[in-house]
Design a protein around this ligand. Structure first.
Ligand SMILES: *Cc1c(COP(=O)(O)O)cnc(C)c1O
Ligand SMILES: [Zn+2]
Length: 393
C-alpha cells in the first residue's frame, strides 16, 4: 500500500514492484523494496491504539508490501518475547542483556516472519507451486505457510540437514529433495528448477527481507523505543541481519526513534567469507572447504547478502567476527541455564556478545540484544553429540 519500487542494493537500478524479479537483471545483486515513508509517518503519528497494540508481524502492515490485508497468509508469527537475562548480564558484565527468542515462532524460527510475507506475495502473483532451498528452517517454514495457503511446496536441502527439520517439512506436506553437500549447491538447484519448471521461487529475496525486518521493529517496540547499544545476529546468508538493519532504519526515518543501534554479526568458524572480506577489505570470496560444524543453519559458503551485511555493519559502526564451535556450544549451555533452549546456530550471537565484551568492543554499561534465531528442539541430535562428546568442539 505504501510500497514504492524495487531498487538494486548493488548498482542502484530501479524496477517496478510488479516485475516479478528475484535479483537485479543488470548485475545479479539482491533487490530492496522502498516505501513512501512520509505517508507512513503521517499515518502512525499520534495513533495511540497502534502504539499500544502488542507486537506481531502484521502490526507493522504499513511497512509491508502487500496490496490486500484481507488476503494475508498468517500463522500468528512474530510477537516473540524479549527476555532480560539479569543473572547472565551480571556474570558476563553487560549493562543490560536481552534475548529475542525467535524459537517462539510457529515453526520454531524467525523464518516465519519472512515466509508469511513471501507466501502472501506468491498468492498475489497467482502461484500454484513454490520451491525453496534451505539449510532446514526456511524449508520447514515455507512448507507450513505454503500448506496454509494451499500451495504445493518443494524444498531442496543439502545432505546433513537435521532430520527434525525435514520431518517437520514433510508433516506440512512438502516434497523433500536432498541435493548437494552444501546450501550453496541446493540453492543453485532450486533456482535452476524454478526457471525450468515454473515454480514460484521463495528464499532469501526482497519480499522475505520485508517480513524479517520486523525482528528489528519488535525489538524497538518492546524496549519502548529506547534504542539498545547493540543488536547481535547470527549470519547465514546475511538476509536477517540486513533486514534488521533495514527495519531499525525505517523506524528512524518515520521518527519513531531518534537513534540507531550498532549491528554485530556472527559467522561460525569455517564459514567466514564475510568476516574475511571485512577484515581484509577485499571482495567476498566463497569459502572453499566444507568443514564439520555444529551450526548447520549458518554453514553458508557464499552468503547472498554478504555485501549488504558489510554495508549495514559499516553504516551502523558495528562489528563482525567468527566464533568457534566450542564458544558456540558454551553459549548455548549458558542460555539453557536461563531456561532458553536454542539450536546451535542461534547460540553464535551470544558467543559473539561474550567475545566482544571480553575484547572491550562492548562496554560494561551497554545494552545488548542477542537474537536467538531458532528453537533447540530443531536440532536435538547435534546437542546430543555435543553433550556426549561425539562432536569434539
Ligand atoms: C536461517 C537461520 C539463520 C541465518 O539467517 P540468514 O538470514 O540466512 O543470515 C540463523 N539461525 C537460524 C536458526 C536460522 O534458521
Ligand atoms: Zn544491480
Amino acid at each position: 500500500m505504501f510500497e514504492a519500487k524495487l531498487v538494486c542494493t548493488h548498482c542502484g537500478a530501479e524496477y517496478p514492484l510488479a516485475s516479478g524479479l528475484y535479483k537485479c537483471p543488470k548485475c545479479g545483486a539482491p533487490l530492496d523494496v522502498t516505501y513512501h515513508y512520509d505517508d507512513i509517518a503521517n499515518l502512525i503519528e499520534d495513533d495511540d491504539p497502534w502504539f499500544r497494540e502488542s507486537p506481531h508481524v502484521w502490526k507493522y502492515w504499513m511497512f509491508l508490501p502487500v496490496s490486500n490485508l484481507k488476503r494475508i497468509v498468517t500463522l500468528n508469527e512474530g510477537g516473540t518475547r524479549l527476555y532480560r537475562l539479569k543473572r547472565l548480564e551480571e556474570k558476563l558484565g553487560f549493562g543490560k542483556l536481552y534475548v529475542k527468542y525467535e524459537g517462539e515462532n510457529p515453526t520454531g524460527a524467525f523464518k516465519d516472519r519472512g515466509s508469511s510475507v513471501e507466501i502472501t506475495k506468491a498468492l498475489e502473483f497467482h502461484a500454484r507451486k513454490v520451491i525453496v532451498a534451505s539449510t532446514g528452517n526456511m524449508a520447514a517454514s515455507v512448507s507450513a505457510y505454503g500448506a496454509k495457503a494451499g500451495l504445493e511446496v518443494t524444498i531442496v536441502v543439502p545432505e546433513g540437514t537435521p532430520g527434525e527439520k525435514l520431518t517437520q517439512a514433510r508433516m506440512y506436506g512438502a516434497k523433500v529433495e536432498v541435493f548437494g553437500k552444501t546450501y550453496d549447491e541446493a540453492l543453485a538447484e532450486a533456482e535452476r528448477k524454478a526457471m525450468e519448471e515454473d515454480y514460484y521461487l521463495t528464499g532469501n529475496y526482497h519480499y522475505r527481507v520485508e517480513g524479517q525486518k520486523t525482528t528489528g521493529f519488535e525489538i524497538l517496540d518492546q524496549l519502548r523505543y529506547n534504542v539498545p547499544d547493540w543488536i547481535i545476529v547470527p549470519i547465514g546468508a546475511g538476509t536477517h541481519l540486513r533486514a534488521i538493519w533495514k527495519g531499525v532504519k525505517e523506524f528512524y526515518k518515520v521518527g519513531l526513534v531518534e537513534d540507531l543501534p550498532r549491528i554485530a554479526g556472527a559467522q561460525i568458524e569455517g564459514y567466514d567469507a564475510i568476516v574475511r572480506a571485512w577484515k581484509t577489505g577485499k571482495p567476498i570470496e566463497k569459502v572453499q572447504k566444507k568443514v564439520p560444524t555444529i551450526a548447520s543453519a549458518i554453514a553458508v559458503k557464499k552468503p547472498v547478502d554478504g555485501e549488504n551485511v558489510i554495508r549495514a555493519v559499516r553504516e551502523s559502526d558495528g562489528h563482525l567476527d567468527t566464533v568457534t564451535n566450542r564458544e558456540t556450544a558454551e553459549a548455548g549451555m549458558l542460555l539453557g541455564r536461563e531456561g532458553i533452549f536454542v539450536e546451535p546456530s542461534s547460540a553464535t550471537a551470544l558467543a559473539l556478545a561474550k567475545k566482544m565484551r571480553e575484547e572491550g568492543v562492548i562496554d560494561k554499561d551497554e545494552t545488548v540484544v542477542v537474537v536467538a534465531t531458532g528453537h533447540g528442539l530443531k536440532d536435538v541430535k547435534t546437542w546430543e553429540k555435543v553433550l556426549s562428546g561425539d562432536f569434539v568442539v
